[in-house]
Design a protein around this ligand. Structure first.
Ligand SMILES: Cc1cc2nc3c(=O)[nH]c(=O)nc-3n(C[C@H](O)[C@H](O)[C@H](O)COP(=O)(O)O)c2cc1C
Length: 345
């Protein structure tokens, strides 16, 4: 029904506007407990074989929602009803910021992709903390953290530490995001020296807290193998508990969308099907280097249940989706979990 009736209607309107409208309706109806129960009955597929013990936590299934969809933790309870095993909020920054000018989110239907240059629009970490304190669901929530646009890279560490301090009590794990292409200069923090310093300091701050929370690093798909080798060294040296691979790409090669349309859209991170091959490749590279037990959350271009199965077979510990969820709709989560169960994964 989603792909035949709902998606064609939604896709006629501006992508970000529709995101807001869907959020509004989910929030409104989600306040009614019978509606949440109905969502659960329709979409939430559960099976004991899907449970995972990873990062010291018990995930009810390995399929999560990627960062950026619910940046401000507005819909945790409703999204949990759809059957996600975990939900990553953010990227959050210490202060609220509007992000880039609109339009900044574009669909590429011919490629089953999206291009976004949102620029970490979010209501600030304190607002999200208030909302998380009120959540009912016990779904695992990850806190993806970044720096404000106005913060120079030399002071970025302070932004990440402020986010750790604010979120520590209300999230289950942390993700340091240095891989978004939409905050000027952010990806320079992926270089070896600054990243080692950043991860070491964030690790130390997380470890000062009474409860030990896992710390992960989210990386770009555009890193060279040499840069990936640096990342591998850094996560080992700094006690980083896991990697999330990958964020969106700035690469535009091999797309069906005509070059003039791409030019009109302009800068931004590309997600969805065109990212599949590269994300899988990065996963394989990291898995081979880090051994079979190191936690790697694979994200990028998972557009079908078969894609999710392929990622788990290639060594993903858990997977996340974003663009696939937009294209496939609410039944996608259950379909992936069913496929994983049938594949014995
Ligand atoms: C509109 C949009 C906003 C995003 N915002 C964030 C973000 O704030 N932080 C982040 O780490 N990743 C963000 N992402 C990246 C996704 O979490 C994911 O890594 C990427 O889209 C690849 O997965 P996909 O192909 O399943 O979408 C965003 C993606 C999209 C499409």
């Amino acid at each position: 029904m989603y792909k035949l009736i709902i998606r064609p209607i939604l896709f006629r309107f501006d992508a970000e506007r529709i995101h807001e409208v869907v959020f509004h309706w989910l929030k409104t109806f989600g306040a009614i407990s019978i509606f949440r129960r109905l969502l659960g009955l329709l979409y939430d597929f559960r099976h004991p074989s899907l449970e995972r013990n990873v990062l010291g936590m018990r995930f009810r299934n390995p399929v999560g929602l990627g960062a950026g969809f619910d940046k401000d933790a507005r819909l945790i309870d409703e999204l949990a009803c759809l059957g996600f095993g975990f939900i990553e909020i953010g990227t959050l920054t210490p202060k609220a910021q509007p992000g880039n000018d609109k339009p900044r989110l574009f669909r590429l239907p011919a490629d089953k992709g999206l291009i976004n240059r949102m620029g970490f629009n979010n209501g600030g970490v304190a607002n999200a903390v208030q909302r998380l304190k009120q959540r009912r669901s016990d779904v695992i929530v990850g806190g993806n953290i970044g720096k404000n646009k106005v913060t120079p890279n030399e002071q970025a560490l302070d932004d990440y530490l402020q986010c750790v301090d604010a979120l520590h009590e209300v999230v289950d794990y942390f993700v340091v995001n240095v891989s978004s292409p939409n905050t000027p200069g952010l990806r320079a923090l992926q270089e070896k020296e600054p990243l080692t310093a950043l991860m070491r300091s964030v690790r130390a701050r997380v470890d000062e807290k009474p409860v030990r929370r896992p710390l992960l690093l989210k990386i770009a798909p555009d890193l060279t193998n040499e840069q990936l080798n640096d990342i591998i060294e850094i996560v080992r040296e700094t006690g980083t508990d896991g990697l999330i691979a990958t964020n969106t790409t700035i690469n535009r090669s091999g797309l069906k969308t005509p070059p003039d349309a791409l030019e009109k859209i302009g800068a931004g991170g590309l997600s969805g099907a065109p990212l599949n091959d590269r994300s899988l490749e990065v996963l394989r590279y990291l898995r081979a280097a880090l051994g079979k037990d190191y936690p790697i959350i694979s994200v990028g271009g998972i557009m079908s249940p078969d894609d999710a199965v392929a990622r788990m077979r290639a060594g993903a510990t858990l997977v996340q989706v974003y663009t696939g969820f937009i294209y496939e709709g609410p039944a996608f989560v259950g379909a992936m979990n069913r496929a994983l169960r049938e594949a014995g994964l």
